[in-house]
Design a protein around this ligand. Structure first.
Ligand code: ATP
Ligand code: MG
Length: 252
């Protein structure tokens, strides 16, 4: 039996008094893509952010419950959030390269962690850009600004920036929804190709995307996890009426 790499147990998140995630429990399996779907405001981004403690930055956020990673609760007192975010990286909906060169974008996390050796940085840049399927497009312009790239290229540089710190888990919050279909397709293929090395949690609005690349899917509604199942099972024969209504486009 494969053990889960990440276990979310009874996780609730409040923004001030308002509950945005309602005692959610689910396990994530290694080297799988788990898709998180549900209508706007259902708590998908809130869950992703809770998993690398982004809420710490917002005094209005209260989190209860546990997230077990490497056999300990990331909400326990011993967690170093810089370390945590190295192991659990995040890619956002809007490509957000920093206003610096492609090279510096990719090595950003390594520099924060004090890496100075040029050989190590060069190797990380090549490895990460290859992993993000953009090496060939940018290898001759590594010292140009990342802002000059297309949106789809910028997003792949953002994926490379996460890969550079050698994470175990990658959180992806609608990484393709701001992109044209061709760029979106490239990201999707890239993610698919990363499965043998990483575990991914993918928030997506696209049922097609979820069914093409994910092993398991969780359906959220109003902060509740309504259904969590193998993706094939969920799309062929959902167990809950709400799931069926959502995936057949009756609401959302
Ligand atoms: N920073 C915040 N402050 C206050 N309320 C928030 C904040 N972020 C989210 N919420 C609320 O929490 C609930 C869940 O929001 P969340 O962003 O997790 O939804 P989502 O499923 O990601 O939606 P979408 O598909 O639109 O991205 C919503 O009611 C939202 O208004
Ligand atoms: Mg969201």
């Amino acid at each position: 039996m494969t053990e889960p790499i990440l276990q979310v147990k009874d996780l609730s998140v409040y923004y001030n008094k308002k509950k945005a995630l309602n005692s959610v429990s689910l396990d994530f399996m290694p080297n799988e893509i788990t898709a998180l779907i549900g209508p706007s405001g259902s708590g998908k981004s809130t869950l992703l952010k809770a998993i690398n403690r982004m809420g710490d930055l917002n005094p209005e956020v209260t989190t209860t419950g546990t997230v077990i990673y490497n056999s300990h609760n990331i909400y326990g007192p011993r967690t170093d959030t810089v370390e945590l975010r190295k192991e659990i990286g995040m890619v956002f909906q809007q490509p957000n390269p920093f206003p610096m060169t492609i090279y510096e974008n990719v090595v950003y996390g390594l520099r924060i962690n004090g890496v100075k050796d040029k050989n190590i940085l060069d190797e990380a840049v090549e490895r990460s850009l290859i992993g993000a399927s953009i090496w060939d497009e940018v290898k001759d312009r590594l010292h140009d600004s990342a802002i000059g790239l297309s949106g789809g290229q910028q997003q792949r540089v953002c994926v490379a920036r996460v890969l550079a710190t050698s994470p175990k888990i990658i959180l992806l919050d609608e990484p393709t929804s701001a992109l044209d279909p061709i760029s979106a397709g490239k990201i999707e293929e890239t993610l698919y190709g990363l499965k043998d090395k990483y575990t991914m949690l993918l928030v997506t609005r696209s049922m097609q995307q979820a069914s093409r690349i994910s092993e398991r899917t969780g359906f959220f509604l109003g902060g509740d996890l309504i259904e969590f199942n193998e993706t094939k099972k969920m799309f062929l024969s959902p167990e809950h009426q709400e799931t069926e209504d959502y995936i057949t486009g009756k609401f959302g």
